[in-house]
Design a protein around this ligand. Structure first.
Ligand SMILES: Nc1nc2c(ncn2[C@@H]2O[C@H](COP(=O)(O)OP(=O)(O)O)[C@@H](O)[C@H]2O)c(=O)[nH]1
Ligand SMILES: [Mg+2]
Length: 376
């Protein structure tokens, strides 16, 4: 029997560590709240969990030669008779989260908040947006401490509620984020999310309106004639287009375009569930220091697919997320939760099919508005 202790920011993360290291047969022996060290510099300690798990030695991939601090080999029948596989716990956890969300919704604001009518109303509204309940709880804690600090002075809704939401994620203007030219931006992401359309919009913005020298590279050789769409935009705007197939062709094309200001590189869309996605991405685009990768995500996809896309495509270092198709949904909570969780900045937001109009640089205000929008 192998025993190991894991610490993580939340139970879900801890369970996925358990599953990864010890396999789905691992059983959870205990879970406890803990302060865990935040790996990102300057963030100090964060609330988290400590999970102790066990697995039969034959089933443990490392065959008993564990390396963590909390490792210990145990023999015999020291374990309780009821053992729950990790996969089952994950299902239960999702169910508990759903229940918690319902409970939070039905119970309304905590009693200390009820005397602040406007804030209590805002809390009710917020709890219906689909915002992660952990984040909702942090919002409550923040409001409570702000109220304590403000003494008798009444706080405006804007001061407490919106300001906190607006600073829970990052935004970036990718053009201003770095100096020098040429800049090489790749657009990666699942199929049909709007990569090529976004490139066309940005090519017009930078080439026609800002008068920069823009070039286009199409690496989309998944579908026959996939580069035709981009070629058509290139003809209209007079921007050069190079079609490439392999990593080596890409490097050569980048050389040829070295006298331009900005080169936009279109890639083939891939399913986040494709088995060799990460190896392929790394093989084609990995370790090319000049490349800045922008992950295009559709706001209209289900949370689990969004999370999967982020996880799989992040094998490459992601400079920003581009959130496309915000016009196709009224529920922005999935994207908002991911932005808060990942802390990768959002650069552009697209809200329609019109080229070049339907794109805008993100802002804290706009992203927060999208979460709080009411649409039928
Ligand atoms: N509603 C809406 N449709 C979009 C948006 N961006 C792209 N599309 C449409 O989504 C479809 C796929 O876009 P495309 O750029 O080819 O996606 P790609 O496969 O990622 O390159 C096209 O019909 C686009 O017109 C957007 O912001 N809103
Ligand atoms: Mg495309």
């Amino acid at each position: 029997m192998k025993l190991k202790t894991f610490t993580a920011r939340d139970l879900k993360e801890a369970l996925s560590q358990v599953k990864k290291e010890m396999g789905p047969e691992a059983v959870i022996l205990s879970t406890q709240s803990r302060w865990v060290k935040e790996p990102r510099a300057g963030k100090g300690h964060q609330p988290g969990v400590e999970v102790t798990a066990a697995v039969d030695l034959e089933a443990f991939p490392g065959n008993g030669n564990g390396n963590g601090n909390g490792d210990a080999d145990l023999k015999g029948d020291l374990f309780p008779p009821f053992r729950t596989p990790v996969s089952q716990i994950q299902e239960d956890l999702d169910e508990v989260k759903d229940l918690l969300r319902q409970w939070m919704r039905h119970n309304g604001p905590p009693s200390w908040l009820r005397q602040h009518k406007e804030l209590a109303m805002f809390y009710r509204f917020l709890s219906r947006t689909g915002l992660d309940e952990r984040f909702l709880q942090r919002w409550l804690d923040n409001v409570q401490s702000l109220l304590a600090q403000s003494g008798e002075r009444p706080l405006t809704l804007k001061e407490v509620a919106i300001r906190y939401l607006m600073h829970a994620f990052e935004v970036v203007d990718p053009w201003k984020a770095k100096e020098g030219a040429p800049r090489f931006w790749t657009f990666i992401g699942p199929t049909g999310v709007g990569k090529t359309t976004t490139i066309a919009k940005l090519a017009a913005k930078f080439g026609l309106f800002e008068k920069l020298k823009v070039g286009l590279i199409s690496m989309d050789n998944q579908r026959l004639g996939a580069h035709n769409q981009l070629a058509a935009y290139g003809r209209i705007t007079g921007q050069p287009l190079l079609v490439v197939h392999q990593r080596q062709d890409l490097l050569e094309a980048m050389d040829k375009m070295a006298d331009l200001d900005l080169v936009l590189i279109d890639t083939a869309g891939r399913s986040p569930y494709a088995p060799h996605l990460q190896e392929e991405l790394h093989h084609q685009l990995g370790d090319v220091p000049a490349l800045e990768h922008h992950l295009v995500l559709s706001a209209a996809v289900k949370d689990c697919n969004l999370a999967k896309a982020i996880k799989r495509f992040s094998v490459l270092p992601i400079s920003s997320y581009i959130i496309a198709k915000v016009d196709e949904t009224s529920d922005f909570s999935g994207v908002f939760n991911q932005l808060c969780r990942q802390q990768v900045p959002v650069s552009y937001i697209t809200a329609g099919q019109q080229v070049p109009e339907d794109i805008e640089l993100s802002s804290r205000r706009r992203v927060t508005e999208l979460l709080l929008q009411r649409r039928n």
